[in-house]
Write a protein that binds this ligand. Structure first.
Ligand SMILES: [Zn+2]
Length: 555
């Protein structure tokens, strides 16, 4: 059976067909099982194609990152399945992609240790030690068939940049670093090959559906690329039986994995549609607080239609099965910049169908608002009765909003979000169910072994940390000795930079700060989210007047 191969490029003056080296390149693989549509892909067929190429002669296998997340199996086993599979792939070198960090640094480090090939990254550092991430190299040299191949490293016969970034950045690299001979990229999922300054940049598709074979001309050391072929992994390619049995065992184990306990809830979680789609619920607060905690934003909202369980989740063991019932899809997160006015329009849309049980009804974090269901849709919220981080909404001001990509696309009537600038895109935040999983892991960490906390993102939202620091700095501004301020005079840029770091450091060391942060952590560890008056339904004119007073509205 001949595999489906497209020749992308072929050099005319090949000197010696016997003196070549093949590179197999692939990137961005998420699902080890095949899909329903051609090309079906799947790791089992992919390995068959790969091993047939290796049989032809000396071959380097290079992977450009994104493997550990997101997928429905990854979510259950934190990406372990992918390492087991990739270890069979004869990989010479891989580079880390953004999604490989999704389950936290501690999980990633374990995966790297268990890999039988080196992982590279040259632009990510441990925030604590400032060193490159443990066990990750920033360059690597491979000797293959008498040829020294440098991956990012120099002084070799051929230098290959193994990257995981957007096309624009690969292009900048190719235009500015003539020492690099070949660029093998990822992150973008379309199969595209381009030539810039006579150097090839290749991105090899996604999800085990495509791979590239790049034949190098070695007739005089390295003399460029002879040929580039695109292999399409369709159902005509036989499955590798060993890989197939690994995949089958993961699929069979799904049930067992769903039984793992994530944490002990101390309250019932209200997930019934009649509640989440008409009012504030503790489940909605729990999930949106986690969205806010994961990113740098002032507020977060989620359409209640994303909460799928339609159940009350009992006190006690909260299992992966419960999480999958609540969030069965891989909901992608974004942070966008909204004006106060756009935020108001979005909140209006959320309550526009009330009291129908519509999925557009929003669950919120960092936001408090009141709505009057007797008013016409689109006019149910008085902006004086909207607060963001405890301050009255300013219609002109810009706010950082965490939400899901689905709503940013304008779904469910959220047209007002379509044109909002994206501050953090969906590629750079783990999917929502993974954020929730990570939250439980951090809670368990804080409970059992606080020393491991440094590998996990904070449970306290950055907006809370920053506000606390600002407050402490205002109160303690006189505590800074004037000499400390003066000693940095000279360059204003440096003065502000150093001072703000110093101020952060000083405020972090105050008892007040430590106390507030530890109170916040203690509250989160309890796993007892509550309804706390974030969404208020206006009952009467008196109620409205009373709320105006309570919100401190000027009128
Ligand atoms: Zn990526």
């Amino acid at each position: 059976m001949t595999p489906n191969i497209q020749i992308i490029y072929e050099k005319e003056d090949v000197i010696d067909l016997n003196r070549t080296l093949n590179i197999v390149h692939f990137n961005d693989v998420y699902n080890i099982e095949q899909s329903d549509q051609e090309p079906v892909g799947g790791a089992a067929r992919f390995l068959t194609a790969l091993e047939n190429i290796i049989l032809k002669g000396p071959t380097l296998v290079l992977f450009s990152g994104d493997a550990l997340s997101p997928s429905s199996i990854s979510m259950l086993v934190e990406g372990r399945q992918m390492i087991e599979i990739l270890n069979k792939f004869h990989i010479d070198c891989a580079c880390l992609g953004n999604h490989d960090f999704d389950f936290g640094l501690d999980v990633l480090m374990t995966h790297i240790e268990n890999s039988n090939f080196p992982w590279l990254i040259s632009n990510a550092f441990d925030a604590y030690t400032k060193k490159p991430l443990a066990n990750v190299k920033d360059k690597h040299i491979i000797e293959k068939d008498g040829l020294k191949v440098g991956l990012i490293g120099l002084n070799c016969d051929i230098v290959i940049a193994l990257t995981h970034m957007r096309w624009v950045n690969d292009t900048i690299l190719a235009e500015n670093v003539p020492e690099i001979d070949l660029f093998l990229g990822g992150h973008d999922h379309d199969y595209v090959v381009k030539q810039i300054n006579e150097k090839w940049i290749i991105k090899s598709g996604t999800d085990f559906r495509e791979l590239s074979v790049i034949e190098l001309d070695l007739s005089e050391k390295f003399r460029g690329v002879n040929k580039i072929e695109k292999y399409i992994i369709d159902s005509k390619i036989e499955e590798n039986l060993e890989i197939k049995s690994i995949i089958d065992s993961y699929l069979e184990n799904v049930n067992k994995e769903l039984d793992q306990t994530l944490g002990q809830m101390n309250v019932e979680l209200e997930g019934r549609f009649s509640y989440v789609r008409t009012q504030e619920t503790n489940l909605g607060n729990f999930i949106t607080d986690i969205m806010l905690e994961a990113v740098n934003a002032e507020c977060a909202f989620l359409n209640s239609g994303a909460l799928r369980s339609d159940l009350v989740h009992p006190i006690g063991e909260f299992k992966m099965r419960d999480l999958k019932k609540i969030l069965p899809y891989l909901d992608e997160n974004v942070v966008i910049s909204v004006t106060g006015n756009q935020l108001l329009q979005a909140l209006e849309n959320g309550v526009s169908k009330y009291p129908k049980h519509e999925g557009r009804f929003l669950q919120v974090s960092g936001i408090r608002f009141a709505f009057d269901p007797l008013k016409p849709p689109g006019n149910r919220i008085d902006p004086r009765l909207v607060k963001v981080q405890d301050e009255i909404l300013d219609l002109e001001k810009k706010y950082n909003l965490a939400t899901i990509f689905y709503l940013k696309q304008g779904k469910e009537g959220f047209d007002c979000l379509i044109d909002c600038p994206v501050l953090i895109d969906e590629e750079n935040i783990p999917v929502l169910c993974t954020l929730v999983e990570n939250h439980f892991k951090t809670v368990n960490c804080l409970k059992k072994n606080p020393a491991l906390k440094k590998f996990r993102s904070s449970i306290v939202p950055l907006v809370v940390v920053n506000r606390l620091m600002q407050k402490i700095n205002q109160e303690h501004s006189t505590a800074l000795a004037p000499t400390q301020k003066l000693s940095f005079s000279g360059d204003t840029m440096i003065v502000t930079k150093v001072l703000s770091r110093l101020e952060r450091q000083i405020s972090r060391e105050t008892e007040d700060y430590k106390k507030k942060i530890s109170e916040f952590e203690k509250e989160s560890i309890k796993l007892a989210p509550k309804v706390e008056g974030r969404i208020i339904r206006i009952q009467s004119t008196e109620h409205f007047e009373q709320l105006l007073d309570e919100f401190g509205a000027i009128y």
